[in-house]
Design a protein around this ligand. Sequence first.
Ligand SMILES: [Cu+2]
Length: 172
Amino acid sequence: MSAGAVAAVVLAAGGGGGGGAGGYSMRTDARFAPVLSHVVPAAVTYDRSLAPEGAWIEVGQRTDPDGTTTVRLRVTGMRPGARYGAHVHREPCGADPAAAGGHYQHRPSGDPAAANPRNEVWLDFRADRHGTGHAVARHAWGFRRAEAASVVLHDARDPAGRRVGCFTVPFG
Ligand SMILES: [Cu+2]
């Protein structure tokens, strides 16, 4: 068991300036836990019904030297049959569900039309009857440094997108 472990490697060194980008690969996993005594776990639950304590989440990223980026999410132990919205957010998780901030956007915009799965990283999923779920998002672009820091799970039934869990992730 390697819950909480982070493995990140730079696949190829940068090209020495001028936009020569290297690749990046990372995966990290944790089990959901509540905030206790102001300590925020890597994977924090805000709703133990939809993000049960002990449920497992893994997120991986691979960015190829050409910028093509794949983000994968896997979960187990979630509520069977439940639907979740899931996105890459800009800030790390906190005790307050709002701490993770807004969605990471490739082209930042205040226009609601820019909140779409081509300009953002959406990892929506439905837990199967065993509580297992997965999602993959692929884009032709990578993340700007230090501007993508978490994956937030939302209750997909809630029009307001209530946040039920958050996982702090070292996107690169
Ligand atoms: Cu979100």
